[in-house]
Design a protein. Structure first.
Lengths: 390, 390
C-alpha cells in the first residue's frame, strides 16, 4: 500500500522541517505505516517529500530491502557503529550514526511522533539537529482515514472475529448449569477456557490476540478487567475480542454481552438501553459530525434513564464510565476519538461504537460494533446478532 | 514480585534526581516491572526510594488499585485533565497534569528510560522539571538478573515451548514427500501450517506468540525471515519459537533446525559445527565472563572452520551474521548481550546461546538453547534434543 502523505508534506512545509523521523520497532504503527516493514528491534525511518529511507541493523538488511516500502535501505555498519560504540558507548554511538545518516540526506531539522524516544532526540539535538515532536499527530491523523484496501483488511479481521465470537457463544450455550456455575465436559467452564477457544479460532483464521476479555458478573463491572475463573449462570458475561490479522497487521474489534439463564430485570433494562444507545450513536455517524457529538448521543440516552456518565460526573465509578469509541486500524486504539475531545469524522474512518454500563453490584453490559464512515453515513462492518440470553 | 531496586536508588542518589519516571504502556517491560500493572494505553509510574505511584485514566483505576504493586494510584481526572484538554489541547493538558502530579510528590528532577517519550519530556522541561534519560539503562540492568520466581516463570514458558517444538517436529516427521515437497493430509505442508500448529499448541499451554519462524532453504538464510510457503525435503528448516506466558509475561526462546530427507555434506558440516559452537559458548558461561567472551568462543569455532563472521568482517552477509545471544525475561530480547558490546555475566541472568550459519545458496542452520547463569556456571533450561534429520 502506498499511503497518501500529502498532508505530511504540507506539515513539513508549514513547520519548515526537512523530514519526518521515526525511531521505533514496527509495534509502533506509525513506523509500520511509513516504512512498510515489520521488525522487533528499533530501526529508523526518515521520510522526506522526495524519498523514504530506512536505517537498520545488518540482521534486518536483506529482509528490509525485500519487504519495506522504502526507496533506500542503509545499514548502521556503514556508519561505523561498532567502532563508535566501542569508543563512546552505545547511546553516543547511536547519536553519531543518526546524525551522519540525516546529514547524508541533507536533513538538519525533523518532526517526529509525539512519543519519539528522548535519548536519541537529545543525541541529535546535541549535534544541532532540530527535533520537534509533532503535537498535531499528523501521521496518526493520516492513518485514521483508510483506503479501500485497508478497509478490506479490517473487514477480513472482523470475519475472523465473528467466527471466534460464535465459538465462544456456542461454548456458553452448550454448557450445563450446576449450582449456578456453567459446566462443560464435566469441568467448570472458565473465562480462561472460553478465551482459549476464541484465540485458537482466531489463529485458525490467521489472526492473533493476546488479551481477550471474557468477564462475568462483578469482573465485568471493570471495563478493562479481562476476567477469570468459572462463569456463572444468570450473570452478564462481557466478551470483547480485538484480533490482529497476522498477514496485514490490521485489527477488528467487537463486544457482545451474553447471559446463560434468566437475566434480572435490571440487567435486561441495561442491555436494552445499551442496545438503544448503540443505535443512537450509529444514527449520529456521518462525515462532519464530531466524535464528541456521537459520544453525546450515548450520554443523552444513559443520563435520560438516570444513569451516571463521565460527562455528568468526571469521577464516576459506576454507570457509563468510558468513551463511546475509537478508531481501529494498525492500532486497536487509534484516531478518531468518539469522546469529549473527538474531532470531525471523515469518510474512511473505521470506528468502534461501544456503549456500556457498569456497577460491581450488578455487573457489566457492553455492546460494540465496528463501522466505517462513508460519504453519506456509515457502513456497519459487524453482522453478529445482538442477543443477551443464550 | 517485589524487585530489588537498591541499585536504582543508588543511581538516583548519584545523579541527584528525585525519582524515576516512566510514561508508557505495559508493553514496555520496564513499565510492567516497576508498576506491576498491565495496560494497553500509556500510563505513568513515578518511582522514588520512598514509594511507587501510578497515574492512570479513570478506566484503569479500579484494576490498577487491585493489580499493581504501587503504593498509591492516582487518576488524571483528579488533575482536571478534561478541562485542561478542552482549553489547551491534549499535549499541553498532559504536560500540566504530569507536572502537578510530580509536584504532589516533591519531585522536580527525574531520570527516565532512554526511550521515554519526547513530547511529554519536553512538556515537563518547559515547566522546569529536569528530565534526564538514563543512558546506563539501570532498570534494564536490574531486570536482567532474575529472582528464583522469575526463573521459574521462564522455565514454565520453556516447557510450553518444548511442547510446541515437539508438535512442529512431529508434523514434519509425519509428512510424505512428493516431488521434493513435504505433504500432509494431501496438501503441501507449508511454513504457515507448521506455525499455526506451534501457536495453537502454545495457546493450549497458556502462552502466546505472534511471530514464529519456520523458514526453509533460502528463506532460512535471512536470520529474521519468518518463512512462508511449502516446506521442501533435503533442505534445512529453521524453527525459532519465543513464546510469552500469558499469565506471567515472561518469555522462553529456542531454535532447532530440522531436515526431512538427506542432508547435503555441507548442511551436515554446518549443523555439526553449529552444535560444536553451542557447546563451546555454553562452556564459556559463568559469572564474571563477559558476553563478548562467549561470543568470541562462537566466532573462534566458525572462523577456525573458514566461515565469515561479523567479528572478522562487519559487513558480512553470509556466515555467522548475528550475535551469540541475548537476555530473556519480560522482553524476548533484553540484557545481557552475548555480543561484542556484552558486559559481565551475573548469577540470575537468563540468556540464549544461538550460533548459526547462513548463505542463500545453502540455506540456514541455527541451534538455540536458553540457560540461566548460576553461581559457578550455568543451568541449561532446554531439554529438547538436538537432531538434524527427522
Amino acid at each position: 500500500m502506498d499511503p497518501d502523505l500529502s498532508s505530511l508534506d504540507a506539515l513539513l512545509d508549514e513547520e519548515d522541517a526537512d523530514g519526518y523521523l521515526v525511531d521505533d520497532t514496527s509495534h509502533n504503527s506509525t513506523q509500520k505505516y511509513l516504512s512498510g516493514f515489520e521488525a522487533h528491534d528499533p530501526f529508523v525511518t526518515l521520510y522526506t517529500p522526495e524519498e523514504t529511507v530506512l536505517l537498520v541493523s545488518a540482521l534486518e538488511y536483506g529482509r528490509a530491502k525485500k519487504q519495506s516500502r522504502a526507496d533506500e535501505v542503509r545499514r548502521v555498519a556503514e556508519y561505523d557503529y561498532r567502532d563508535l560504540a566501542a569508543e563512546y558507548g552505545p547511546a553516543e554511538a547511536k547519536a553519531r550514526v543518526h546524525a551522519s545518516f540525516l546529514d547524508d540526506y541533507g536533513t538538519s531539522s525533523v518532526l517526529t511522533p509525539e512519543r519519539f524516544p528522548l535519548g536519541p532526540a537529545d543525541g541529535l539535538r546535541d549535534r544541532d539537529v532540530s527535533v520537534t515532536p509533532d503535537h498535531s499527530d499528523r501521521v496518526t491523523e493520516i492513518r485514521a482515514a483508510k483506503t479501500d484496501e485497508e478497509i478490506a483488511h479490517v473487514r477480513a479481521a472482523q470475519e475472523a472475529n465473528e467466527a471466534s465470537m460464535r465459538a465462544a457463544e456456542d461454548l456458553i450455550a452448550a454448557a450445563d448449569v450446576e449450582d449456578g456455575i456453567l459446566v462443560h465436559d464435566g469441568e467448570p467452564l472458565t473465562s480462561e477456557r472460553v478465551k482459549e477457544e476464541i484465540e485458537v479460532t482466531l489463529l485458525r483464521h490467521g489472526c492473533g490476540l493476546d488479551d481477550t476479555i471474557v468477564a462475568c458478573g462483578a469482573d465485568a463491572a471493570d471495563p478493562h478487567d479481562q476476567g477469570s475463573g468459572p462463569l456463572r449462570a444468570d450473570e452478564a458475561i462481557i466478551i470483547d475480542i480485538f484480533p490482529r490479522s497476522k498477514s496485514t497487521g490490521y485489527h477488528a474489534d467487537m463486544t457482545r454481552t451474553f447471559l446463560k439463564g434468566e437475566p434480572s430485570a435490571e440487567i435486561r433494562e441495561w442491555f436494552d438501553l445499551t442496545h438503544e444507545a448503540l443505535a443512537a450513536a450509529l444514527d449520529a455517524v456521518e462525515p462532519g459530525v464530531t466524535g464528541e457529538e456521537v459520544h453525546d448521543a450515548v450520554c443523552d440516552i444513559y443520563e435520560g434513564a438516570g444513569h451516571d456518565t463521565l460527562r455528568a460526573n468526571p469521577t464516576a465509578e459506576t454507570g457509563f464510565i468510558h468513551s463511546t469509541g475509537h478508531g481501529v486500524g494498525l492500532d486497536v486504539h487509534e484516531l478518531p476519538r468518539l469522546a469529549p475531545t473527538g474531532g470531525e469524522l471523515k469518510p474512511g474512518h473505521v470506528i468502534t461504537v461501544e456503549p456500556g454500563l457498569y456497577d460491581p453490584s450488578v455487573g457489566g453490559v457492553r455492546i460494540e460494533d465496528i463501522a466505517v464512515v462513508t460519504e453519506d453515513g456509515y457502513e456497519n462492518l459487524t453482522s453478529y446478532p445482538v442477543e443477551l440470553t443464550v
